[in-house]
Design a protein around this ligand. Structure first.
Ligand code: FMN
Length: 323
């Protein structure tokens, strides 16, 4: 393994600024494997305060991101990072299981590496916003007790309190309340995971309002899109699954633009928080580009699954550049 080019996130000296976004690392075994492959920021897949099963199979499909919708495709070229529609339903193991497993994961990562645990609150029917906010804080506290170096609040999940469909990060007062509660509950860095914004203005407003309460932003979660099969039928079976999170190579154009925008606002001096870039980072060049633009880290999910040796090449190129 080539030694990394170095990096820093919060108080952690890192071997490199390349990591894995929430999702692929389902338990300590996955965390250990990808740590050994040279990824230095390891995000434990989103966990909750109660067990939740995944939606029925198929729940991940290769797609082409077309104008009106994402369309299922069988044309996946070997060696090329694909685009995926992910419809998992944000599952979680039971807290008793993940709390012990996060501890194991922390023991298995190496020097110059850090473990982020992604958490989501679970809305219950009849419960109000206060219950959801408390649930985010409970999960964050458990993640910290279990040994996480930082907590990521998954806010690119449906907002249960509005009729018009939107995600929690698009409801700025609710997002700010969740962050405020978590920040006053745990002493470690807290990150927020954000999805794509409808306009630069919405991105600016959200970043400005949330910045006082967060240590960093992770974006872009993916593109929430309708997913159809080749015949025009919904690609995933069951209600509530007409749209899914589209991720992977095709979303880089949109995702990287949003990362560039948030970096520009940071440079403008309004606030100074970490920016962890995600979304369509499918090659070493894309990761390097965003780090050069000022991102504190580049996180991959789809590429980690289809091209696990990406981190080795990222380290090689950086090592050559430094030499
Ligand atoms: C199989 C899979 C599972 C995922 N699960 C989660 C998750 O549990 N929590 C989360 O915040 N994001 C999840 N994501 C989204 C990723 O964290 C990331 O934001 C997205 O995939 C964009 O990065 P990419 O284009 O490199 O895949 C998942 C993605 C994939 C591919």
């Amino acid at each position: 393994m080539p030694s990394g080019p170095g990096g820093r996130l919060f108080d952690h000296a890192l071997n490199s600024p390349l990591g894995i976004a929430a999702g692929p690392l389902l338990n300590a075994k996955w965390v250990e494997a990808y740590a050994r492959l040279g990824y230095d920021i390891l995000t434990y897949a989103t966990v909750r305060s109660a067990y939740r099963p995944a939606w029925s199979l198929p729940n991940i499909r290769c797609v082409e991101n077309q104008e009106q919708a994402a369309i299922v495709t069988r044309r996946v070229r070997p060696g090329v990072c694909p685009t995926l529609a992910v419809s998992l339903g944000e599952p979680s193991t039971e807290p008793d299981i993940w709390r012990k497993d996060v501890r194991r994961a922390k023991e298995r990562i190496g020097r110059g590496q850090m473990l982020i645990v992604s958490v989501a609150g679970t809305p219950e029917p009849e419960h109000d916003a206060e219950a959801l906010i408390a649930d985010y804080a409970r999960c964050a506290a458990w993640a910290v007790e279990s040994g996480a170096d930082a907590v990521e609040l998954h806010l690119a999940v449906p907002d249960p309190f509005v009729e018009q469909p939107q995600m929690i990060y698009e409801n700025i007062p609710l997002a700010a309340q969740i962050l405020y509660r978590v920040r006053t509950t745990v002493a470690l860095p807290v990150l927020v995971k954000l999805g794509a914004f409808r306009s630069p203005r919405a991105l600016h407003e959200t970043a400005t309002k949330l910045a006082p309460w967060t240590n960093g932003f992770v974006l872009v979660h993916g593109l929430h899109r309708r997913v159809l099969d080749e015949r025009g039928n919904p690609a995933f079976e069951g209600s509530g699954r007409e749209s899914a999170n589209v991720v992977g190579a095709d979303i880089f154009v949109v995702a990287s633009r949003q990362v560039e925008e948030i970096l520009a606002w940071r440079r403008a001096g309004a606030w100074d928080r970490a920016v962890l870039a995600a979304g369509g980072i499918s090659t070493v060049e894309r990761a390097q580009y965003l780090v050069r633009e000022g991102a504190d880290a580049a996180l991959v999910a789809t590429a980690a699954l289809f091209d696990p040796l990406l981190a080795v090449r990222f380290r090689q190129v950086r090592a050559t550049a430094v030499a």
